[in-house]
Design a protein around this ligand. Structure first.
Ligand code: MG
Length: 254
């Protein structure tokens, strides 16, 4: 088992290494495991406090009052996620939520916590995610003493880039994400001019440093860019776990 996993990782590493950085080509018949990497493991560090209050020019997406900035991503209806005080919690199985408004380049702040009662492991423990433009996922996962593939742990760019360090707080404690995102640009013929770029601070610590995305998040296979609108919604993922959010705001960088 170990040997076959290692050799499949080696094979996939070779595939990725030999793939031009922003190839626009067909996905292969690779299994999901082919794009999951376990080493090196990002060092574990202890983060300080990094909660913020929104600046005056921020657009408030959620402050506890209501979910009027969002719709259900499946059918556009009113979301049924749970609000208690200033905390929003995934209602598992009801679908993700996405902003009514579309966004391009942005600074996005949000706070999240995984359930204090630990259930599941690996990708099944405290899984959610921020899908910027509904396509580019910054993973949310309970990565506190929870092994999984490094490019799928908290603050990874899912299936692409592991975080530089593991700054995840213990289950039940609040984490912050501050995300600076530049959307990809396409020319009139739909050719990629420049890839999406992302910087992520997790609990105030840089974990993605202007990373150039290889394409939209793919669970299986190699990501490929295809032309999409200049602006698209921000999507918070329902991955079946009751992950909570608070203090969500965005500043457009146009
Ligand atoms: Mg996820």
């Amino acid at each position: 088992m170990k040997i076959s996993l290692k050799s499949s990782l080696l094979a996939s590493a070779l595939v990725i290494a030999s793939t031009p950085a922003f190839a626009q080509e067909e996905n292969t018949d690779l299994p999901p495991e082919a794009t999951e990497f376990y080493e090196p493991v990002p060092p574990k560090i202890e983060a300080g406090e990094s909660t913020t209050t929104p600046p005056s020019d921020a657009k408030i997406l959620f402050d506890g009052s209501d979910l009027s900035a969002f719709v259900n991503e499946r059918d556009g209806t009113e979301p049924t996620w749970n609000i208690e005080g200033d905390i929003l919690t995934v209602n598992p199985g009801t679908g993700g939520i996405k902003t009514k408004e579309n966004f391009c380049d942005m600074q996005l702040h949000l706070e999240w916590r995984s359930p204090s009662e630990i259930t599941g492991d690996g990708q099944g423990r405290g899984n959610s995610g921020v899908l910027i433009m509904e396509k580019y996922e910054v993973q949310i996962l309970d990565s506190y003493e929870n092994e999984t593939y490094t490019n799928g742990q908290a603050a990874s760019i899912y299936k692409q880039s592991p975080p530089l360090v593991n700054a995840t707080k213990a289950p039940g404690e609040w984490n912050t994400y501050d995300i600076i995102f530049t959307a990809p640009r396409f020319n009139d013929n739909g050719m990629l001019l420049s890839p999406a770029k992302i910087t992520v601070l997790h609990n105030g610590i840089v974990v993605q440093n202007n990373y150039k995305l290889r394409g939209p998040t793919e669970y299986i296979g190699i990501p490929n860019y295809t032309e999409h609108p200049e602006k698209l919604p921000i999507h918070l993922q329902d991955h079946g776990n009751p992950v909570s959010f608070r203090n969500i705001w965005v500043r457009e960088l146009n």
